[in-house]
Design a protein around this ligand. Structure first.
Ligand SMILES: C[S@@+](CC[C@H](N)C(=O)[O-])C[C@H]1O[C@@H](n2cnc3c(N)ncnc32)[C@H](O)[C@@H]1O
Length: 192
């Protein structure tokens, strides 16, 4: 397991509402560019802070699979999020590289502050490509690799060019960087 993976003992910090100042859900959701998404997947959902925010922006009848490999996180989401939103949030215990979802079923796969923690980014991007339907989107939000007042050490962060290259190598097209957040890169790409 990556030494940079988030420690579930620090779960409470993920729920700090002040995080939404720097990670504003509105601009992120707009940048993702899939306002009518019906089946959405979050990789590394943690306590589901963003699952809740994006579920609130989805149209009725949609479903959001909040995937995390930590049973503590999934238990927390099950206790606090299930039934709390109109759009169904489905806490899902799984590794991002092995999703229990059908091929070509998702409209959007996104991840926030997780990419730099991944053990095997190419495997995760390949799996995202598998579950997305043709024309659907993947979105990666992660810390810019530059000095910021908070966030992980710079040497643990992922470089924008490297992420772009990884998306292209996985088979995604139209990789686009959206300058909507101060301290984070927001990248989207399309499943051909
Ligand atoms: C820094 S937390 C971010 C949580 C959430 N995205 C947020 O920003 O509030 C990273 C989360 O990713 C999860 N994670 C890391 N690698 C993963 C993987 N390969 N598959 C699924 N979850 C993973 C960790 O268990 C942790 O809950």
């Amino acid at each position: 397991m990556s030494p940079h993976r988030f420690d579930p003992a620090r779960l409470g910090r993920l729920n700090d509402i002040a995080r939404l100042d720097d990670l504003a859900p509105g601009p992120m959701w707009k940048a993702f560019g899939v306002p009518d998404a019906r089946l959405v997947v979050e990789l590394g959902a943690g306590t589901g802070m963003f699952a809740r925010e994006f579920a609130a922006r989805m149209k009725p009848g949609g479903r959001l699979f909040a995937v995390d490999s930590s049973s503590e996180m999934v238990r927390w989401m099950t206790q606090h999020l299930v039934g709390a939103t109109d759009v169904e949030i489905v806490p899902t215990l799984a590794d991002a590289a092995e999703l229990p979802l059908d091929t070509g079923s998702a409209d959007l796969v996104y991840t926030v502050n997780v990419y730099h923690e991944l053990d095997d980014p190419p495997a995760v991007l390949k799996e995202a490509l598998r579950v997305l339907r043709p024309g659907a989107r993947v979105a990666i939000v992660d810390w810019k690799k530059e000095a910021t007042p908070k966030g992980p050490p710079i040497e643990h962060r992922s470089d924008l060019d490297a992420m772009t290259g990884a998306l292209e190598s996985a088979g995604f097209t139209s990789v686009t960087s959206h300058p909507v957040l101060r301290y984070h890169n927001v990248l989207t790409a399309t499943r051909p």
